[in-house]
Design a protein around this ligand. Structure first.
Ligand SMILES: Cc1ncc(C[n+]2csc(CCOP(=O)(O)OP(=O)(O)O)c2C)c(N)n1
Length: 272
């Protein structure tokens, strides 16, 4: 297979379009969670990560772990669109016997680093991988995307302590800060205060960006490293790109049915 060169804007649109299709066909959840992070994933896979679609296990590759694994459909879409596997397979998402499960799985799926879905785990594994790579003298980097609701998990703060203690400056943790979780706004569930201030306090190099602005995201990824781990607080809108899904908590779980599917597709067509 040959790598497909694609701009981050094209990839973001494809991820959104594929995810609408996948959740429509399967009746699967988490469409708003995918739309929220689509730009972050698109910039990573088009401009930042080092990977080889013909050698997914290449030891020099950058590692990406989607810690908010419930949005796995978005990662599968990105991997298929850059050439890790055939785009047509995306329509098996969540079907019996498919390797593309709802929460992201690395079992037999090229390009997926680690299975996630139990919130708080992926970031810990990412910090462990960053430490192992550093010890091995590797230049590879580790990136992980966490949700803001996921930051209610104590293990996220253990990761924050650990990565600072070991000065894991090869680790980048991106918070998809859409201010919502599954059933309500974050502030009504567990008040988080300023995530940027908290990570700064924990000793991280913190950059805040508009998580839908590709130039800002790219700059935050490429800015010269200090000796600290990097936290990018990406301010996002849950459901971004489909007006009636934006900031609509129903679309954490609801799939785009019938006329809602047509409307969503029509809105994304206008974006082309
Ligand atoms: C340990 C654990 N507890 C609960 C859940 C159920 N759950 C799935 S998604 C979600 C909300 C996550 O919110 P957030 O991290 O903000 O994700 P986003 O809104 O970006 O999708 C919850 C509680 C889970 N997957 N894992």
């Amino acid at each position: 297979m040959s790598e497909k060169k694609i701009t981050s804007s094209e990839l973001a649109l494809k991820i959104r379009r594929d995810a609408i299709e996948m959740t429509h066909v399967s009746g699967g959840s988490h469409i708003a969670c995918i739309l929220s992070m689509a730009d972050i994933i698109a910039v990573l896979y088009s401009d930042i990560l080092k990977y080889d679609i013909n050698n997914p296990e290449d030891s020099g590759r950058d590692r990406f772990i989607l810690s908010k694994g419930h949005a796995g459909g978005g990662l599968y879409a990105a991997l298929a669109e850059v050439g890790f596997f055939d785009v047509s397979e995306l329509l098996t998402h969540c079907a019996n016997g498919s390797r593309l499960s709802g929460h992201v799985s690395h079992k037999d799926v090229p390009g997926v680093e680690f299975s996630t879905g139990s919130l708080g785990h992926g970031a810990c594994v990412a910090s462990g991988k960053a430490m192992a790579l550093k010890k091995a003298g590797s230049n590879a980097r580790v990136y992980t995307v966490v949700g803001d609701g996921e930051c209610d998990e104590g293990s996220i703060w253990e990761t924050a302590l650990f990565a600072n203690h070991y000065r894991l400056n090869n680790l980048t943790l991106i918070i998809d800060h859409n201010k919502m979780q599954s059933l309500d706004y974050c502030e009504n569930t567990i008040e988080l205060g300023s995530l940027a201030a908290k990570f700064k306090c924990f000793g991280w190099d913190v950059i805040e960006v508009d998580g839908h602005n590709h130039a800002e995201l790219k700059d935050a990824f490429l800015r010269p490293r200090t000796d600290k781990p990097r936290c990018i607080v990406a301010h996002t809108i849950k459901g971004k790109g489909v007006s009636f899904m934006e900031n609509n908590i129903l679309y954490h779980y609801r799939d785009p049915k019938d006329e809602f599917y047509d409307l969503a597709v029509a809105e994304l067509e206008v974006e082309k």
